[in-house]
Design a protein around this ligand. Structure first.
Ligand code: MV4
Length: 458
């Protein structure tokens, strides 16, 4: 087992990894930018090194500085967290070349699955349902028009090096398809240095259901059931829950088994998430793999009782996962809501500032994963996530009651947060009876908010 791990991240996920290491008796080396100097979570690490100024491109994204901190800190492994370099195959490769364990999948698996067209080919071979679409990359406009004629409009143009909604365009007829193809290729070349695009039938108002995976280096790959993450705004999730409140048990089991088949076919190891969209008739389609631990991992930890971050570390140290699929339960219901320093009434504009008052919720079934404290100042440099409130109770109804109570107890002063919006969502009939999809927030909820999103916020 590792003696020391470098946590190559910041904020709540850095704190989460440091906590996991402490319980395992593993020392931690933290890194921080000038903007995070003095942050509380740094004091929980055994050592902390400043690696640059506030801008992520001059600090948390600089591979050479992170590797230098790892050498100085004399660590055996690096945990990348999520975001930043967590899905950067080159970073994983550099770690290996420096004989430092990258706590995540191999760079080969990351590459195979990071390319969406290659990931879909692996899914096809593993008999995982795919959205009807092009067979690989689109190489000409005439080919695109032929594919769109076959599958029917509307179609989605997607960048093979994209993901998470980046570089996606809807086309409703041949003219918008031809224009969209050109624009998408230019945007993809600029954003990902890879102009490859592919087509899929646009599934209207889908739900977003993803499967948590854990796989070790001994041929074992398990699912930790699914999470429904349909309540999103501009691809930013707001609410995540497990199990899905609407999928029949038979579909849930099929979908989870398909996810395991896919990761086995890709020789994937460590924690990862297989993402699907689900249409109104409960047909599910593979979309992409997220080759990292995700923000919403606590939801799966609570219903299965498995510590995902500790499991990641054990898998990277070569241990065999100590459970059988049949023994992984999905017990009760867990719901996570993201507390962001944003003002939903002002088009979710960021609301940096100092937290002058902080009253945290507690009691049975309440978990709050956060790096903030009273007096903490949220800067403008990184994402606006303050923390995640997660509730876990025997039934979904009880979990919603617990969520409402916890959100009512929650008090943050000095900055605007998403708490008022989350209180509203937790009381919505549509949320309570699971009648939400990925368009709900923007289609139904936001139009009812006091101030419409201002033009320049779009
Ligand atoms: C789709 C889709 C509908 N049809 N693909 C967005 C990024 C990635 N996570 C998967 N995404 C989608 N892929 C087809 N063929 C709907 C989504 C989607 C979505 C799309 C637009 C706006 C918000 C969305 C939230 C989740 C999923």
């Amino acid at each position: 087992m590792f003696q020391r791990i470098l946590v190559a991240n910041r904020g709540e996920i850095a704190l989460r990894v440091i906590r996991a290491c402490k319980e395992m008796g593993i020392e931690t080396v933290a890194i921080f930018s000038e903007a995070d100097r003095g942050a509380y979570y740094l004091s929980l690490a055994d050592e902390a090194y400043c690696i640059g100024p506030a801008a992520a491109t001059d600090s948390y994204l600089l591979i050479n500085r992170i590797i230098s901190a790892a050498e100085i800190g004399n660590v055996q492994a690096i945990h990348p967290g999520y975001g930043f370099l967590s899905e950067n195959a080159h970073f994983a490769e550099v770690c290996r070349s420096c004989d430092i364990e990258f706590i995540g999948p191999s760079h080969e698996a990351m590459q195979k699955l990071g390319d969406k067209v290659s990931a879909k080919e692996i899914a096809r071979q593993a008999k995982v349902p795919l959205v009807p679409g092009s067979d690989g990359l689109i190489n000409s406009e005439s080919e695109a028009v032929a594919v769109a004629d076959r599958i029917g409009y509307p179609v989605l143009i997607k960048a093979t090096a994209g993901g998470g909604g980046k570089g996606m365009r809807v086309a409703t007829d041949p003219a918008s398809l031809q224009a969209g193809l050109k624009a998408a290729a230019v945007e993809a070349e600029k954003a990902f240095k890879n102009s490859g695009v592919y087509l899929e039938k646009y599934i209207e108002r889908p739900r977003h259901v993803e499967v948590q995976i854990l796989a070790d280096h001994h041929g074992n790959a398990f699912h930790l059931w699914e999470r429904d993450c349909s309540l999103q705004r501009r691809h930013q999730k707001l609410v995540e829950e497990s199990p899905s409140s609407t999928l029949p048990k038979s579909v849930r089991e099929e979908l989870c088994k398909a996810a395991v088949r896919l990761v086995k076919a890709a020789d994937y190891t460590n924690a990862g998430t297989v993402e699907f969209i689900v249409d109104q008739d409960d047909n599910y389609y593979f979309i992409e793999v997220n080759a990292r631990i995700q923000v919403e991992h606590p939801v799966s930890e609570l219903v299965t009782g498995i510590d995902l971050v500790q499991s990641q570390i054990r898998v990277s140290a070569g241990e065999k996962l100590p459970f059988k699929q049949s023994e992984i339960p999905c017990r009760g219901a867990a719901i996570e809501v993201r507390i962001n320093a944003e003002d939903p009434a002002q088009g979710f504009r960021g609301s940096p500032g100092t937290i002058t008052q902080l009253r945290l919720p507690g009691g049975p079934g309440v978990r709050f994963d956060s790096h903030v404290y009273q007096g903490y100042t949220i800067g403008p440099n990184y994402d606006s996530l303050i923390g995640k409130l997660i509730v876990h109770r025997p039934t979904r109804e009880a979990a919603i009651a617990c969520l409402q109570r916890a959100l009512d107890e929650f008090m943050v002063e000095g900055i605007k947060t998403t708490i008022p919006l989350l209180r509203k969502i937790s009381r919505l009939e549509a949320f309570r009876n699971g009648q939400v999809d990925t368009t709900f927030i923007e289609r139904v909820l936001l139009p009812t908010m006091t101030q419409p999103e201002r033009e320049h916020d779009r």
